[in-house]
Design a protein around this ligand. Structure first.
Ligand SMILES: Nc1ncnc2c1ncn2[C@@H]1O[C@H](COP(=O)(O)OP(=O)(O)OP(=O)(O)O)[C@@H](O)[C@H]1O
Ligand SMILES: [Mg+2]
Length: 405
């Protein structure tokens, strides 16, 4: 271990020994691979009041990664003040060391967990180009207030991409050392927005050092948020997921750095400061689609039945649709042909599965976009339709229409 780290640990040994409960801290260190089960046993065999002392004695004999793992374990377990004592001793990152990368992963996990950033979906494929496009825009904010908007249609993967973009050590350390804070916005009325803001203020002021009273209205909440971000969380990133209304953004138009996801790219039209956009227009390619299906059904890509290829074609690159079908096929492995037919016949209601995604079926996710259209343009959506929904159409009639096209 570096002398600097060792000295820091020795200097604050007493405070650490007095306050920490070892069992959860050791869980983190074991999962980071810097502490063994035997060592854990050894600590547990000590009388309760001497366990922390034993753990620290062990760490002092270990390397830099163990120090970092201990530091992040303290952070993760809510010993922020004690972690702060060790901050100056954190050794420089050396990416060639396997254990260091473990400690980095642990740091990233802690920051994202504290900020309420959702985890990856159970079945996940990378989308490197889009992720790095988002990261580049975030770097461009350069520590100054501004907006990065990820926009695209329902289920194209915006929220997953936003979470993935901040799952990056260099971005977190370099651009947002104050952390990241995820807020799921969704469609809101005034009282809904106030509640979101109150929750966010509580989260940003957990020790209530700023105020014990919740803000009473949106204006007060906006002021509170500005001060909290400025004084308690400088250089932090707010992530506003699933924004529908421009007026909602006024409450956050507050000299903050913001990443947001939306289906409507005009939501930031009336906010101040630099704005960058990342469109999610390209869907998943065929190979990524097949990869999702193969992971869901636990088969090699080459062994997937021939319907898999047609299903991917029908999904038109939508990660949501591929994942819905994959999850259904995991439960009903004999239904490849059935789901292919449902897709071909656009029977989206039958493609339904509850998951962490906000909607259970594709038609729900899409129809909400139509509902949100302005009244005067909503009719255009159905202008070109010639038959009522769910009405049986005789072939003869259809032929007549086709002939006249
Ligand atoms: N990279 C990915 N790998 C695997 N599955 C993904 C990926 N991205 C998205 N999905 C699947 O698609 C679903 C929808 O993704 P996501 O919630 O990011 O869409 P969205 O664009 O934010 O939709 P909405 O406009 O409704 O908010 C996820 O729940 C997940 O199942
Ligand atoms: Mg979303």
């Amino acid at each position: 271990m570096d002398t600097k780290a060792r000295n820091c640990l020795l200097q604050h040994r007493e405070a650490l020994e007095k306050d920490i409960k070892t069992s959860y801290i050791m869980d983190h260190m074991i999962s980071d691979g810097v502490l063994t089960i035997l060592e854990e046993e050894k600590v547990k065999n000590e009388p309760t009041h001497q366990r922390a002392a034993m753990l620290i004695k062990m760490i002092l004999k270990k390397d830099n990664s163990s120090y970092k793992s201990f530091y992040y374990a303290l952070l993760h377990e809510g010993y922020k003040d004690l972690a702060a004592l060790l901050q100056d001793g954190i050794p420089d990152v050396c990416s060639s060391s396997g254990k260091d990368s473990v400690a980095i992963a642990s740091y990233v996990r802690t920051v994202l967990c504290e900020g309420g950033v959702p985890q990856r979906p159970v079945v996940f494929v990378t989308r490197k180009k889009l992720v790095s496009a988002i990261q580049q825009k975030l770097f461009k904010l350069n520590g100054e207030p501004g907006w990065v908007t990820i926009y695209g249609m329902a289920g194209c993967g915006k929220s997953v991409l936003a979470a993935e973009a901040v799952r990056d050590n260099s971005l977190l350390e370099g651009c947002f050392p104050g952390g990241v804070h995820w807020v799921s916005i969704g469609k809101q009325d005034k009282s809904g927005l106030l509640m979101k803001l109150q929750n966010l203020c509580t989260r940003l002021d957990q020790d209530e050092s700023f105020s014990r009273r919740l803000p009473l209205n949106i204006e007060e909440a906006k002021d509170r948020l500005r001060i909290l971000m400025l004084r308690k969380h400088p250089r932090a990133l707010l992530i506003l997921d699933d924004v529908w209304d421009p007026w909602v953004l006024k409450a956050f138009d507050n000299q903050c750095q913001i990443l947001l996801t939306t289906r409507d790219k005009s939501v930031t039209d009336s906010v101040m400061g630099p704005k960058y956009v990342v469109p999610v227009e390209s869907g998943l390619g065929k190979e990524k689609g097949l990869e999702i299906l193969s992971l869901f059904v636990n088969m090699k890509k080459a062994d997937l039945p021939e319907q898999a290829h047609s299903i991917i074609k029908e999904c038109k690159g939508s990660p949501l649709v591929v994942s819905l079908i994959g999850a259904l096929l995991r439960d009903f492995p004999n239904r490849w042909e059935y789901y292919l037919r449902q897709l071909q016949n656009k029977q989206f209601k039958r493609i339904r599965k509850s998951s962490s995604y906000d909607y259970e079926a594709l038609d729900e996710a899409m129809s909400i976009s139509v509902e949100m259209l302005r009244e005067d343009i909503k009719d255009y959506y159905t202008d070109l339709s010639i038959f009522q929904k769910d009405v049986k159409v005789p072939t003869k009639k259809l032929k007549t229409y086709c002939r006249s096209l």
